[in-house]
Design a protein around this ligand. Structure first.
Ligand SMILES: C[S@@+](CC[C@H](N)C(=O)[O-])C[C@H]1O[C@@H](n2cnc3c(N)ncnc32)[C@H](O)[C@@H]1O
Length: 173
């Protein structure tokens, strides 16, 4: 349906070519004639040139296009989990706002630190997160807790998540 360019500006820069500072987000729908997209739920953003539109329009802001400027997870921000490839909650919030409703299920096969789950929960969605890396599951457990989340292995056997001596949650096999 869409090829979204997520542009950010952080980290090292090549001096020999244009520095690569974007990710591509591909949007698919199972049925391109019948899919959910709620434009009204998307948080509006400021106009780049607010002086060129009416005051009312400038105050209301505009809908984002398929080019998104959004910072990465700040190194010392409260979102930061320490997981290397963690994505910012703001990006997931925009995706879930447009493409899901309360109580819907959010599935992430490459969940990493569980950003999709963290945002889904804040937005009243349910979630299933999958990752092949144990470290990711530990990070998710510390982020999401154990009260309302069930952790299972690749055979759907319950995995115990307990506090370790540093008061972090860890997996017991
Ligand atoms: C870019 S990271 C995801 C980051 C995540 N969106 C976040 O905000 O933390 C990709 C994740 O996919 C996982 N992964 C890669 N190949 C996989 C596979 N075949 N099955 C399950 N997980 C996989 C990696 O372990 C890694 O945690």
């Amino acid at each position: 349906m869409n090829e979204i360019i997520w542009a950010y500006d952080y980290g090292g820069r090549s001096r020999r070519k244009w520095p690569a500072k974007h990710d591509t987000i591909l949007v698919y729908a199972k049925d391109p004639d019948r899919y959910f997209f709620d434009q009204d739920a998307i948080e509006r953003i400021p106009y780049m040139a607010p002086g060129l539109v009416s005051k009312a329009k400038a105050e209301r802001g505009k809908l984002p296009t398929d080019v998104w400027w959004h910072t990465i997870v700040p190194t010392n921000g409260k979102e930061k989990t320490g997981y290397a490839s963690q994505k910012p909650e703001g990006i997931l919030r925009r995706i879930l706002s447009a493409s899901s409703q309360e109580k819907d299920w959010v599935l992430d096969f490459f969940a990493g630190s569980g950003t999709a789950a963290a945002v889904a929960r804040k937005m009243g969605r349910r979630f299933v997160m999958i990752d092949r890396n144990d470290e990711a599951v530990v990070v998710m457990a510390n982020r999401l807790g154990t009260a309302s989340v069930r952790y299972v292995d690749g055979r759907f056997r319950r995995v115990t998540v307990q506090m370790d001596e540093s008061e972090q949650l860890g997996l017991l096999r």
